[in-house]
Design a protein. Structure first.
Length: 181
């Protein structure tokens, strides 16, 4: 995990593990075809806790940017990518006891070419106004398997990001005429 993106408060919580501050892991699954319980469109938001969580989103969120939203309680496991060399950073996701609505949304998304975007946001109990990772990690769900009660999947950073050359400016005679003879 990239420590430069963590807020100072989350770095302190990870380092000292204070008993009075709790870290909440959340996931958001976004796809244009997802339908919520009320019949409207919207992302699936879950928190790894035994109760729902009301928390604020960053100003660049795909839906409800800058607003307070509810993350529904679900048991899930996320294995974040390690800091290592290689072209693909991958996370593993497993959400247990999924509702039929979540399974139907994921099935519906498979009929389109659009990919599901997964956003990982950690929050601290002491500051639920915004995620403690700026900007939050966003991944594209590459594979997904659904059983009666579990959704598992692999997600990676977008191909455009991980396969981009660095530096990304090409020094050609057309772009920089001064280098031509």
């Amino acid at each position: 995990m990239d420590n430069d993106r963590l807020t100072d408060a989350l770095k302190e919580a990870y380092a000292s593990a204070p008993q009075d501050d709790v870290t909440f892991e959340t996931l958001e699954l976004y796809h244009s075809t997802f339908i919520d319980e009320d019949g409207g469109t919207g992302p699936i938001r879950v928190v790894n806790d035994y109760r729902d969580l009301e928390a604020g989103l960053e100003s660049t969120a795909l839906a409800d940017a800058g607003e307070m939203v509810t993350f529904t309680r679900f048991a899930f496991e996320v294995k974040l990518p390690v800091v290592a060399e290689g072209p693909h950073k991958e996370i593993m996701i497993s959400i247990d006891n999924v509702t039929p609505l979540i399974a139907e949304n994921i099935d519906r998304s498979k009929s389109t070419n659009e990919k599901i975007i997964v956003t990982y946001r950690p929050y601290l109990l002491s500051d639920l106004s915004k995620p403690q990772l700026d900007p939050p990690y966003s991944f594209i769900l590459r594979t997904v398997d659904i059983t009666e009660s579990t959704v598992t999947g692999r997600a990676t950073f977008s191909v455009e990001l991980t396969n981009r050359s660095f530096p990304n400016k090409m020094y050609t005679a057309r772009n920089f005429p001064g280098i031509a003879r």
